[in-house]
Design a protein around this ligand. Structure first.
Ligand code: XMP
Length: 311
């Protein structure tokens, strides 16, 4: 792929579509939305408003990390504190689909939809890639019509437009363009992380306390398995308790699952054959450092039949 030509074309297309108007986009920190932010900023400069919606479901230090890495590129990113909105939408929910739906609704209908309307921007930049389009057509993904997800009827609110500069690329193409632009390696080679974030790694109700538990375990797993270069590695909090002994007392503790998989495109995955010493170290750290956890398991299930995430 001719990356330079791609960048020139997309920057020109964004400039000509937006004219002297303004645009808005939501940055999650993932490689797709990161590249869209960089291209949009090249085309529009300050006329692009980039927001990072802090849903409270992110990993340790993640909001700061994403915003700081863009500040280093001279791209300002506005943090929108929506933690309360997401937590209250998730309160009491245990069904996986209901949890996902609550997150989607809160993001589109409540938080980002409102921002788009208030901003007065007529253009929305979105990091849709070719695989998203194909999976929507195949019925694998929920429909990807961003305007309708935002509750915006283009006929009624004439003038809104979604620009999708990455529509012709797959993930490897996105990474190639990022590398061509000299973006930092932690952006270009970032491990996939789902939009609903840590909520996909909590079986049962998502509460502030349970988020703290899975967040602490995630930090340990990411630190210990960074050198494996596996496709994805994570910690999952189960919705159950197991008996244990601590300080000579019987206790019921929580259970963390460690998952580490190899994959090309996430459609199928195999389990990484981690060395025993690595598994032991992760387990030891999790049961000693994460409050309330007294058991740690390694998931041996490939995809299919399991999915990569738990929710
Ligand atoms: P599953 O769990 O379906 O995940 O095997 C496949 C890949 O997609 C990621 N994933 C998501 N990404 N929004 C996303 O942006 C989501 O709702 C979502 N669910 C799963 C997952 O991390 C894996 O890489």
């Amino acid at each position: 792929m001719d990356c330079k030509a791609f960048v020139d074309e997309q920057v020109a297309a964004i400039s000509s579509a937006v004219g002297d108007g303004t645009a808005i986009n939501a940055l999650s920190g993932g490689v797709d939305s990161s590249l869209v932010t960089v291209l949009g900023h090249r085309a529009l400069g300050e006329r692009l408003r980039t927001v990072f919606v802090d849903n409270g479901l992110m990993r340790e230090g993640e909001p700061e990390q994403v915003i700081d890495s863009f500040a280093a590129l001279d791209i300002p990113v506005e943090r929108i504190d929506a933690r309360e909105a997401f937590l209250s939408a998730l309160a009491g929910l245990t069904d996986p689909e209901e949890k996902r739906q609550a997150i989607t609704d809160t993001f589109y209908a409540k938080v980002f939809g409102q921002l788009v309307r208030e901003s007065g921007a007529r253009f929305l930049l979105h990091g849709t890639i070719l695989t998203d389009v194909e999976e929507t057509v195949d019925g694998i993904k929920r429909q990807h019509n961003i305007l309708s997800q935002l509750g915006i009827d283009p006929e009624k609110e004439y003038g809104y437009a979604v620009l999708e500069p990455l529509r012709t690329l797959r993930k490897d193409g996105v990474r190639q363009v990022c590398a061509h632009l000299g973006l930092p390696a932690e952006m270009t080679h970032r491990m996939p992380f789902p939009g609903p974030a840590l909520a996909t790694r909590i079986v049962g109700e998502v509460t502030a306390e349970r988020l703290d538990t899975v967040r602490a375990a995630t930090a340990i797993v990411e630190e210990e398995l960074a050198d494996t270069r596996a496709f994805q590695y994570m910690a999952v909090l189960l919705n159950d308790y197991a008996t244990g002994i601590r300080n000579k007392r019987r206790e019921f503790g929580q259970i963390i699952v460690v998952r580490c998989v190899e994959s090309i495109d996430a459609r199928t995955a195999t389990v990484t054959e981690l060395p025993w010493p690595t598994l032991h170290r992760v387990c030891e750290r999790i049961v000693n450092e994460v409050k309330g956890v007294n058991r740690c398991l390694y998931d041996l299930t490939p995809k299919p039949p399991a999915t990569i995430e738990y929710v």
